[in-house]
Design a protein. Structure first.
Length: 255
């Protein structure tokens, strides 16, 4: 049975052949670029959002930000057409898997790989923050591990330059709640410190397979309430796992 993939553009250059994943506003597909003979990834806005001004504005913002970024830990964007139906943009196809799949399937990363992850995430965030850009959704789903051990930070759907007007209501919480900074859960603004906090949680998860603040038998709602109130057991970053970065990671995850 042939899957009913959407057509992008006139259908001649890009031929979609696989669904890679779907999010709140759009779906990412793998496709063949018949002109340049390469695999690409294409993000297509969901039909029910295609005529939504806020959704289109967010997609336009994601494309605008990505188009101006050049960093080895970020994804390259190749082309965009936001004035067609459905709106879409074409980006680099990544080989590998997100940490949310790697860790459950293969177990926690080795100490050397954890060090690499921490250093490269930090470098990517330094680059973004120097450009006054916040990612706002750093989670195991959005940190991609390539076969050569390199990592990529993906999904810039919630990205926001710090001086841009927010597209969502003040105090609204976006992204994955389990990785949302405590101050944002309390209705405060998202800052660069929030990106650092999320990155710390991701590195801890990659090294242990655990969320640092989750406790056995604790529900998701209980975790979120604990994070928002700041009433959490302090985490312990063991030196045998995190080496010389244990103290730094402890600071990243502090609430």
């Amino acid at each position: 049975m042939t899957e009913n993939f959407p057509q992008v553009g006139d259908g001649s250059r890009y031929v979609i052949n696989q669904c890679l994943g779907s999010g709140g506003m759009g779906t990412v597909y793998r496709a063949k670029d018949n002109e340049l003979k390469r695999d690409v990834a294409i993000k297509v806005l969901h039909d029910h959002y295609a005529k939504n001004p806020e959704a289109r504005a967010r997609l336009d913002r994601e494309v605008s930000v990505l188009a101006g970024l050049r960093h080895p830990q970020l994804v390259n964007i190749y082309q965009a057409d936001l004035d067609v139906s459905p709106p879409y943009f074409v980006m680099e196809f990544l080989r590998g898997s997100p940490l949310s799949k790697v860790i459950p399937q293969s177990g926690p990363l080795k100490p050397k790989a954890v060090k690499t992850l921490l250093c490269r995430l930090a470098d990517a965030l330094r680059y973004l923050h120097d450009g006054r850009i916040l990612h706002r959704d750093i989670t195991p789903d959005n940190v991609f591990l390539e076969p050569d051990g390199n990592i990529r930070l993906v999904d810039f759907g919630l990205v926001r330059p710090v001086d841009w007007t927010p597209l969502t209501a003040e105090g609204a919480v976006l992204g994955t709640l389990r990785f949302t900074p405590p101050e944002v859960l309390r209705g405060e603004d998202f800052t660069a410190a929030g990106d650092v906090f999320q990155a710390g949680l991701v590195v801890y998860y990659a090294a242990t397979g655990l969320h640092p603040f989750e406790r056995e038998g604790q529900s998701g709602k209980q975790l979120i309430r604990s994070l928002a109130s700041g009433v959490c057991n302090p985490i312990v970053c063991k030196k045998e796992i995190f080496g010389e970065f244990a103290e730094i990671l402890q600071q990243c995850c502090s609430i």
